[in-house]
Ligand binder design. Sequence first.
Ligand code: ADP
Ligand code: MG
Length: 353
Amino acid sequence: MSIVDGAHTRMTDAEPSRSELLTVRNLTKHYRVGGNIFGRGAKTVRAVDDVSFTIGRGETLGLVGESGCGKSTLGRSLLRLVPIEGGRIEFEGTDTAKLKGEELRQMRKHMQAVFQNPLGSLDPRMTVGATVGEPLTQFGLPRRDVRQRVEQLFDMVGLDHAKIDAYPRHLSGGQRQRVGIARAIGLDPRLIVADEAVSALDVSVQAQIINLLVRLQRELELSYLFISHDLAVVRHISHRVGVMYLGRIVEIADSETLFATPAHPYTRALLDSAQTPDPSQRREQIMLSGDLPSPTNVPSGCRFRTRCPLAQQICAEIEPPLREIRPAQRAACHFPLTDITSANKPQETEPRA
Ligand code: ADP
Ligand code: MG
């Protein structure tokens, strides 16, 4: 898969030149937790805090970051599965953040989800064929046509028709995830939010499901928000990748650029921690020290500064905005890693401090 990018676009912005399907602006989702019955003493969890990005048609945007950084909340907010505080979610030109009732229901046809645990999201008392057929019936497909469409969907995801009348417990993990995908594509959506969709599967099954997602993307011109803590998987499937830290996107770039030359120290630390230590590689690694601060109490200035080896005074005072570092790469850092040596090469020079 390659991204066809106009040179002029690459020079000015990290966004894709393909036409945009989804444009998210200043999306914010906070949770109130704790406190007494009057709300006194309650704290605000800044799970998603002023996040902006786009997803192009037929594009996969990967989303990575440590557990608790807000990835799932971002996915659920896009799908309007949780109420949001503010921001715009423009889907094919309509701000879906404002939709209610029937309009919201209709919009749901176009944005679907595939979650980590297919057994948890499949009804154990329903045959998997009925699970795949349910949204079709809900959206008005005549009953006599449902069986035929379900058979077609089973073909598309590589499941035998004999499985249509099986129950979830009779299927393997990979087969269940295929059912989840068949249900998600049944209404011909434009966008699928895949939240840790392959994380619970064995590596060989993961590869099969990823290949299936890639094939469906091509055949159906689907866009994906592909959420995963697994960098190798995200690298494989994504055209672009966003990195989240404490509710913010701190870096977003072409997949190739991000993995070859991460600009944010946090991205680099994530990549370093995912690498098997190789004694022949002598370059300085950025280690993540300390725990993730609580999203109820985010540090001033740059949120990453309390764990950042490059932090200076300014980092505590001014929050760095996302800005262009290289073509098709933006990072929110006062001291981005801009040396030309690849992060994967040994003998790297010290990052600029
Ligand atoms: P990720 O998917 O990256 O692991 P989440 O989006 O699940 O992160 O969580 C982001 C933050 O929001 C975490 O601090 C989490 O504890 C908090 N959070 C998630 N869901 C809720 C909820 N329903 N109520 C309160 N806090 C929540
Ligand atoms: Mg999650």
